[in-house]
Every structure is written in structure tokens, then in C-alpha cells.
Write a protein that binds this ligand. Structure first.
Ligand SMILES: *[C@@H]1O[C@H](CO)[C@@H](O)[C@H](O)[C@H]1NC(C)=O
Ligand SMILES: *[C@@H]1O[C@H](CO)[C@@H](O)[C@H](O)[C@H]1NC(C)=O
Ligand SMILES: *[C@@H]1O[C@H](CO)[C@@H](O)[C@H](O)[C@H]1NC(C)=O
Ligand SMILES: *[C@@H]1O[C@H](CO)[C@@H](O)[C@H](O)[C@H]1NC(C)=O
Ligand SMILES: *[C@@H]1O[C@H](CO)[C@@H](O)[C@H](O)[C@H]1NC(C)=O
Ligand SMILES: *[C@@H]1O[C@H](CO)[C@@H](O)[C@H](O)[C@H]1NC(C)=O
Length: 483
């Protein structure tokens, strides 16, 4: 049916013949409505009407309403043959063969006895497309970066049946896939979304963009956006051959599609160096989705070697991802101590009653990623500085063990002291030293906790003089104040 506007701005129809379907529809509607009250007309069944109206909304997905699960995510990981030899372990720590979908894209085919035959615990690999011609024609300044961006199209081309979200990552991205599923389930995958993380280092965002997802933390495209990007990517690479960063090219191309970045608090680029335990011990109130750059930081568990540390963290993640790194705070009044738990990772004891808002600030144990400007601020977060003030410095414990309890429906995580604090006790709060505490046991429910409106609360059981403290996590009471 051809429509046009006349001089008065009214819709007119080009031919009377084309009016026919409208007449049929209108009469069907009339007869259908009449039929509800009066009679059934065999020529205008209700299904015909529904069919007609649903056609105008053209649904792209047949099973829109089913809950999002892992099979709806496809991962595209960009790596190099050279680095894969030592980065394989990072990916295998979270990859679930035959459950996680996706591919590792390598620059060249894998070589060497350590890689061949290809491990079934690794994602299947593909060799990236040869885009030499595109690079030469466009005189692209960053061939490696262009290959990475092109990967979006390659993963989409490879596997998009039933896919709702395309997750792009690096070969050293650690993903917490159960949490990703739970977080993504809250978004409408039939809409256009570009999700991910900013850099923790302010200057990186300043130099590139505050509106950009940093690739190592994983950036996530909803299906319609991934599809649009796949179509546009080669044109876009030719359009901006002067851009040198894969993440920036991606952002610029996505922006051309009309979509803007939405940051997620649980995704972490980790543009930081040194000891990141301060950050991981005060994680924001959001499900942990990713960690990155663990090659470039100190081992996250000081007494365990780097790659083994990631496996160790995953032991807790495999029993309960929803509580992973979630910070729970409670107080032991008889000794004036604060306990801050970062579930599955660490516990801090302070010989002082400190407000939750204070303990939520990460201790600045780390350094910035890049060239440090002369003056702070360096980070996209407020921090506390390290201190030797015995009323402010924590006793630090790291997760030693995680297990399901035999008798009850709980998970028991055990934390042991990393090293002596070597400070006097805090005399101002009663001089109760926590030096003799060597082990902390934390009991948490075995049920997943995905509500994020409020934290959990906890109770401390500690008999003065014993070297152990036991903590039980529970829901906070309705009007409970944590102070
Ligand atoms: C995931 O959801 C799809 C429906 O979209 C369903 O067919 C499939 O069985 C589900 N998979 C799991 C593991 O629950
Ligand atoms: C994955 O599935 C393939 C067949 O599709 C099977 O050969 C292989 O053993 C499975 N791998 C694992 C780790 O279950
Ligand atoms: C990639 O393609 C170019 C021509 O476009 C060709 O010269 C080159 O040999 C190819 N590289 C590989 C590794 O196949
Ligand atoms: C705390 O004391 C230790 C040992 O004396 C010292 O190495 C460290 O630099 C001090 N830290 C601060 C933040 O003052
Ligand atoms: C805890 O510390 C406060 C000072 O902040 C003090 O008044 C109180 O007596 C202490 N409580 C105990 C049990 O020592
Ligand atoms: C605090 O306790 C220590 C022993 O742990 C003791 O040596 C010190 O004198 C006490 N300080 C105060 C102010 O009571």
C-alpha cells in the first residue's frame, strides 16, 4: 500500500486497490468484536487477527521470554599464539567445555607440544581472518588492533543461533560466567546494549574515552548491536584507519550505530599494578563479572603462585559466584573489633569500630597502570591510604579453604592470617589485640543471593583468648543498622 501526505498533511492512499486489505482488516476487527458478544464468524478467526497485528512488530526471537542462561552467551577471546602458551591457564580456569560457547581467535595457527593436540579444556580456536587487503587499502595504522575489532564480526559469523549476548574478551580475561548470566538476564537482549567497564586509572579514560568499554574487562554487545556491528565493521575500519586502540575503534563504531556505553560495576579492567588486594577486599556492591591483567599485578593470594591463585579463587566461585568478593561487615563489641569480609577472598579485622562507609573504601595497596601524573587523583574510586596507625590498619587474612558443610545447608570458607601485623594494639578502644587470631571461619547460606538492594549482615562468635573467630552471614533485619 503506497501512502503519501496531501497538502494538509493528511495521509492519502495511492490506489483504491491497496485499500482492500485495510477494509478486510477493519471489517474483521468489527466482526471479531461483534463475535465476542454475538456470534462466531468463521471467516475472521481471532488467530488471523493476532497474526496480522504481530506481523507489524516483527519479533526477531522466538523464545524471548525464557530466562537467560549460559547457552545464550557467546564469547570471542582475542589472543596471540605467542602469549597463549602461558595465558591458557587463565582462560581454562573459568572456561566450561561444552557449556560455554565461543572461540579463541589467534593470529596464527598454534604450534608446539604444549598446545597440540588442542586441549579440550580450552575454548576451540580459530585463526583470525586475513585482513591484509583491508589494512593496505585503508592504510590502517594499527593492524593488530584492527584484527581484534574484526573479531566481533568473526565470532558473530561463527555462532549466533539463539545467542542473546556477545562477550568479547582478551586472552587474560577472567570471567565469572554465572554472575554474567544473572546480570545480563536483567537487560532486554532484544534492545541495543554496549556494556562493560571503564579503566580504574583516570588518565586511561581521559586519553581514550570515558564512554568506552575497556576490552580486557570484557565488553558485551546485545544481539541486535552485535549484528549491526558485524555488518558495519569493515566499513568502519576503513572509515577510521587512524585510530590506534581496539577499544576506541570499537567505541567509535558502536557510536556510529547510535548506541552509548553503559558501565557495569562488577567488571574490572584492572589497569593497576602491584598488590590489588585492597581493591578486591572492598568490592562494590555488584556481582563480580570479570578480572583482568592478573599477569601484570602481584599474585592475588600472596602465598600462592599467580596462575594457581586464579584457580584458588575459582574454587570459591564454583560454589557460590553470587557472594564472590561481596563485602559484609560486622562488629564484635566485647573487643571493639570490626570484621570486614570479602567473601571467597579475604577478611580484615580492625581493632576499632569503623563505619561501613569507611571500610568500603579500598585500601590503596596498588599503583596506577600508566605514567602517573604528578598529583592525584589517579583512580576512578575513592581510596584509603595504607597506614601504620594501629587503630586503622587491618589484620589481614586470605581464603585458605572453601567447602560445603556436611550437616547443614551452608558453605564454609576459612581464612588464615597472611603475616603478623607487627603493630601495637589500639589502646584508644580498650587495647584489645587481635594478634593471636590466626583463623577465621565464615558460614554462608548455600543459596544464591542475587538481590543487590542491600548487603548481607553477619554475627561474630569469638571467645576471648581463642585463636579463632566464627562468622555467620545472614540477611539484615528490617531496620538493622550496621554501626
Ligand atoms: C537455556 O535456555 C534455552 C531456551 O532459550 C533452553 O532450550 C535450554 O535448555 C536452556 N539451557 C539450560 C542449560 O538451562
Ligand atoms: C565435548 O563434546 C564433544 C562432542 O561434542 C566430546 O567429544 C567431548 O569429549 C566433550 N568434552 C568434554 C570436556 O566434555
Ligand atoms: C593474506 O592476504 C594477502 C593478500 O591479501 C597475502 O599476500 C598474504 O600471503 C596472506 N597471508 C596469509 C598468512 O595467508
Ligand atoms: C609501616 O611500617 C613499616 C615497617 O616499619 C614500613 O616499612 C612501612 O613503610 C610503614 N607504612 C606506612 C604507610 O607508613
Ligand atoms: C570501646 O571503645 C570505646 C571508645 O571508642 C570505649 O569507650 C569503650 O569502653 C570500649 N569498649 C570496651 C568493651 O572496651
Ligand atoms: C596494651 O596491651 C599491651 C599488651 O598487649 C601492653 O603491653 C600495654 O601496656 C597496653 N597498653 C595500655 C595503654 O594499656
Amino acid at each position: 500500500m503506497i501512502m503519501a501526505l496531501n497538502q494538509n498533511g493528511l495521509k492519502i492512499y495511492a490506489s483504491t486497490i491497496s485499500l482492500l486489505p485495510l477494509v478486510v482488516l477493519v471489517s474483521c476487527v468489527f466482526l471479531y468484536l461483534a463475535s465476542i458478544f454475538l456470534f462466531k464468524d468463521p471467516n475472521c478467526s481471532s488467530s488471523e487477527l493476532l497474526h496480522y497485528s504481530s506481523r507489524s512488530t516483527t519479533p526477531q526471537f522466538s523464545d524471548d521470554s525464557s530466562p537467560t542462561n549460559l547457552s545464550h552467551l557467546v564469547f570471542g577471546l582475542l589472543g596471540s599464539e605467542e602469549a597463549w602458551h602461558f595465558r591458557k591457564d587463565y582462560i581454562e580456569s573459568w572456561w566450561r567445555p561444552n557449556k560455554t560457547r565461543g572461540y579463541l581467535f589467534l593470529d596464527v595457527a598454534p604450534k608446539g607440544d604444549d598446545l597440540l593436540p588442542w586441549s579440550s579444556s580450552s575454548p576451540p580456536y580459530r585463526v583470525s581472518d586475513n585482513i591484509t587487503q583491508l589494512l593496505e587499502e585503508s592504510k590502517h595504522v594499527a593492524p593488530v588492533m584492527a584484527r581484534m575489532v574484526h573479531g566481533i564480526m568473526e565470532v558473530f559469523r561463527e555462532d549466533h543461533e539463539g545467542v542473546r549476548w556477545v562477550v568479547m574478551g582478551d586472552d587474560d580475561s577472567i570471567f565469572f560466567v554465572d554472575n554474567m548470566v544473572d546480570v545480563l538476564a536483567r537487560y532486554d537482549h532484544t534492545k541495543y546494549y554496549y556494556l562493560g567497564a571503564q579503566s580504574e586509572f583516570i588518565m586511561s579514560n581521559h586519553w581514550y574515552s570515558f564512554n568506552q568499554a575497556f576490552g580486557g574487562a570484557g565488553f558485551i554487545l546485545s544481539y541486535p548491536l552485535a549484528k549491526a556491528m558485524s555488518k558495519y565493521i569493515e566499513t568502519c575500519l576503513r572509515k577510521y584507519p587512524f585510530l590506534r586502540s581496539a577499544d576506541q575503534i570499537t567505541m567509535v563504531c558502536i557510536s556510529d550505530v547510535g548506541v552509548t556505553f553503559t558501565p557495569l560495576k562488577g567488571s574490572h579492567q584492572i589497569d593497576l599494578r602491584g598488590d590489588i588486594s585492597g581493591l578486591l577486599s572492598s568490592h562494590p556492591k555488584a556481582p563480580l563479572m570479570s578480572l583482568h591483567h592478573l599477569d601484570a599485578t602481584d599474585s592475588i593470594f600472596p602465598s600462592i603462585e599467580r596462575q594457581q591463585s586464579v584457580r584458588h579463587l575459582m574454587k570459591a566461585a564454583n560454589l557460590d559466584q553470587s557472594r564472590m568478593l561481596q563485602q559484609v561487615i560486622c562488629y564484635n563489641r566485647p573487643t571493639n573489633w570490626s570484621f570486614s569480609i570479602s567473601w571467597g577472598y579475604s577478611v580484615h579485622i580492625y581493632e576499632n569500630i569503623l563505619p561501613r562507609s569507611h571500610l568500603q573504601l579500598p585500601i590503596e595497596t596498588f599503583q596506577p597502570w600508566g605514567v602517573t601524573p604528578k598529583d592525584p587523583p589517579y583512580y576512578m574510586l575513592n581510596t584509603r591510604s595504607r597506614t601504620n596507625d594501629s587503630c586503622q590498619a587491618p589484620h589481614i587474612f586470605f581464603m585458605k579453604n572453601v567447602e560445603k558443610t556436611k550437616t547443614s545447608s551452608e558453605i564454609l570458607t576459612t581464612y588464615s592470617r597472611s603475616s603478623p601485623r607487627e603493630l601495637l594494639s589500639c589502646s584508644y578502644t580498650g587495647n584489645y589485640s587481635a594478634d593471636y587470631i590466626s583463623m577465621i571461619q565464615v558460614y554462608s547460606p548455600r543459596t544464591k543471593r542475587i538481590e543487590m538492594d542491600r548487603c548481607e549482615c553477619c554475627d561474630v562468635i569469638h571467645k576471648k583468648g581463642t585463636n579463632k573467630a566464627t562468622i555467620t552471614l545472614r540477611e539484615c533485619r528490617v531496620d538493622e543498622i550496621i554501626a
